[in-house]
Write a protein that binds this ligand. Structure first.
Ligand code: SF4
Length: 337
């Protein structure tokens, strides 16, 4: 049995277990796409117990994206008290304004473009609230799956997350919300991170390879290797008709004087949606000797009035031949070719 078949066969027992054992959590009733987004943002880096009460109070005050969008930031932050990581509240507030203006995104790409929404949150909301077969792979899911397959892949490497995301994508059942939540629930209550998992209560104990070998705690494998500094960048491929915006890098430093797509450090960056309409998002990595660029690229349609200082507008042909962007941006060149 290959891995997809093995996983597909394991879904019905997982869903049956979930229906019988799921915890009652406030965000599981009366759910809308907006409330699912609020819950997922609150749950980032925060324990379920700490979120429960804050979630209820927050939604009593801001029951819809419109009500949140209309509120003062001060008040929003007040209702976030106790949860920490206030940038999440600011991002949620910005996201609510976008949603109030443009409607709730209907695709993973649209969700991913909202401020504060990464791959995991986009997958969680897309599958839980929009019925899309979009995996939400975090440390919990990686732990469960590496144990299930007794897979020694290093979970500290980006490729591992991608590998398991693809595997999940290929098997998503029609009950997308239940499947995503069942995996989360299994990771939170049974296949737990600290201490041995309680395999006796697990719906997969008859097929989990690590358990059958008595080696649950050998997985996941995690080997940190951090020789290079990681810089996270947002890269904007701005398209206006048949032309693309590029600019010249500073005369000193990395890739000095070469051309590039406009970009900025991800830390503190504002929403790319402000610049125009995001039509695609993709991740890319480029490794230099001492630095790694972890880039999130946005292909954005902009209107004619949005010319900005320092930008040169060039056709695809010109970008390719005349300006010759460094290979660090190769992944995004595919959009213009
Ligand atoms: S059998 Fe044990 S190790 Fe395997 S998935 Fe279930 S809880 Fe985790």
């Amino acid at each position: 049995m290959d891995e997809q078949e093995m996983l597909r066969a394991a879904i019905p027992p997982l869903l049956a277990w979930f229906h019988q054992n799921k915890r009652e959590l406030p965000w599981r009733t009366g759910r809308t796409p907006y409330t699912a987004l609020v819950a997922e943002l609150m749950l980032q880096q925060t324990r379920v117990e700490a979120v429960k009460e804050r979630y209820v109070l927050f939604l009593e005050r801001f029951p819809t994206a419109e009500s949140l969008a209309a509120a003062d930031e001060e008040e929003v932050l007040k209702f976030w008290e106790g949860l920490g990581y206030y940038s999440r509240a600011r991002n949620l507030h910005k996201a609510a304004k976008i949603i109030a203006r443009e409607g709730f995104p209907q695709t993973w790409v649209g969700l991913r473009a909202l401020p504060g929404v990464g791959d995991y949150t986009a997958g969680a909301v897309a599958s839980i609230a929009l019925g899309l077969p979009a995996p939400a792979v975090d440390g919990n899911v990686l732990r469960i799956l590496t144990r299930f397959f007794a897979d020694g892949r290093n979970i500290a490497q980006d490729g591992t997350k991608k590998y398991f995301s693809r595997l999940l994508e290929g098997v998503y059942p029609p009950e997308t919300a239940d499947f995503t939540e069942a995996l989360m629930e299994l990771g939170a209550t049974v296949c737990v991170p600290n201490g041995p998992p309680t395999c006796g209560a697990c719906p997969w104990s008859d097929r989990c390879k690590a358990h059958l070998a008595g080696e649950e705690e050998r997985y996941p494998v995690r080997t940190e290797k951090r020789a290079r500094r990681v810089e996270r960048l947002l890269v904007y491929v701005l398209r206006q008709g048949k032309k693309y915006a590029i600019r010249k890098r500073p005369a000193k430093g990395l890739l000095a004087g070469l051309w590039e797509f406009p970009n900025e450090p991800a830390e503190g960056a504002s929403s790319p949606q402000g610049a125009g309409t995001v039509v695609a998002v993709r991740e890319a990595k480029h490794i230099f000797t001492h630095v790694e660029w972890h880039m999130t690229g946005y292909l954005i349609e902009v209107g004619p009035s949005q010319a900005q200082e320092g930008l040169v507008w060039a056709t695809a042909e010109e970008v390719r031949t005349r300006y010759a962007l460094p290979s660090a941006f190769k992944a995004f060149m595919e959009w213009i070719e």
